[in-house]
Design a protein around this ligand. Structure first.
Ligand SMILES: Cc1cc2nc3c(=O)[nH]c(=O)nc-3n(C[C@H](O)[C@H](O)[C@H](O)COP(=O)(O)O)c2cc1C
Length: 224
């Protein structure tokens, strides 16, 4: 049976990235009514920042070369390590259990919101990293869709193209754990044209890219 993990990170009630990720999830769930669906809202329930205890566990996994997930699951020592690992491990299991992952991620300061980063710092543990010899890891083969919204425009030939560290970061970070092989970015751009007077001239671009992102969400969900 197939399964979907749906994660949002915008704190806005009228979030565009949430609308796109929701469109994907709605279509996917309509097509897969019996399948498992897990939703995580990183803005409503932020993942606590990684701490000394989790890093101690991760360092031990690295120094001992542990790649086995069952061993990693039980790697924390009682006390602070076990408490911190109990925060991280369910997040890791959610990723392992999903066949398809949709991530609602706004662009913040040319990159991703800190809530998303805090989640990712927790889940990137060594046993999830793709084997450098084979390029294969436990998450290889999963489909990832990024529902993105940004106030400006960052496509090829735009003045800010080189400042797009959101897509670049996500490709690199998710690639570390084998999640960038089948990845699709759906960008709704120029969202700030709705409230910034000098950007009002770009409203048509915003509407077109919003519609294309919603269409893309439906099309990609139909293909899963
Ligand atoms: C803290 C913050 C930082 C932002 N940084 C950028 C930025 O670097 N580039 C950009 O184009 N828009 C930026 N924006 C605008 C958001 O990307 C835009 O409002 C987007 O629609 C937010 O996603 P959402 O609609 O899902 O909340 C920023 C907004 C906030 C609140």
């Amino acid at each position: 049976m197939t399964s979907l993990l749906h994660i949002d990170s915008s704190p806005r009630f009228t979030s565009v990235s949430r609308e796109i990720s929701a469109e994907f999830a709605r279509t996917w769930r309509k097509n897969n009514p019996e399948s498992a669906y897990v939703y995580r809202d990183l803005a409503a329930e932020p993942v606590p920042h990684i701490d000394d205890a989790q890093i101690a566990v991760m360092h031990r996994l690295e120094s001992e070369g542990v790649r086995d997930l069952a061993a990693a699951r039980n790697a924390a020592r009682p006390g602070a390590e076990a408490d911190s690992w109990a925060v991280a491990w369910p997040l890791v299991e959610e990723l392992l259990a999903a066949d398809t992952i949709v991530l609602g991620v706004p662009m913040y300061n040319f990159s991703v919101p800190s809530t998303f980063k805090a989640w990712f710092d927790r889940v990137l543990i060594a046993p999830l990293i793709a084997d450098p010899q084979t390029g294969v890891g436990p998450l290889t083969g999963k489909k990832v869709v990024v529902a993105s919204a940004r106030g400006g425009a960052y496509g090829p030939n735009t003045p800010r193209h080189d400042s797009d560290h959101q897509e670049r970061y996500l490709r690199a970070a998710l690639g570390m754990i084998g999640l960038a092989e089948d990845i699709t970015f759906l960008h709704a751009e120029m969202t700030k044209s709705a409230h910034v007077p000098r950007l009002a001239q770009f409203k048509d671009i915003a509407v077109a890219s919003y519609r294309a992102a919603l269409d893309g969400a439906r099309t990609h969900a139909d293909r899963c």
